[in-house]
Design a protein around this ligand. Sequence first.
Ligand SMILES: [Zn+2]
Length: 77
Amino acid sequence: MNCRQVVELMTDYLEGALSAIDRARFEEHIAGCDGCTAYLAQLRMARKIMGTLADEPVPALVEKELLEAFRSWRSTR
Ligand SMILES: [Zn+2]
């Protein structure tokens, strides 16, 4: 599993929607990848903040912004 795949599965991971196999592969990647660890923490925080504002999932726009922030973070390294 590469970073891109991990990022795409993050929402499902946080919602507990991954299969056991995907979840294991996801966590294996996260354990060895600082970028994805940081991104997961950001996403988790964003979802927590949104959750306190409204009882709704994180809007697609916010996820898109985070994804773009993550991509630019990757490309500057
Ligand atoms: Zn990664």
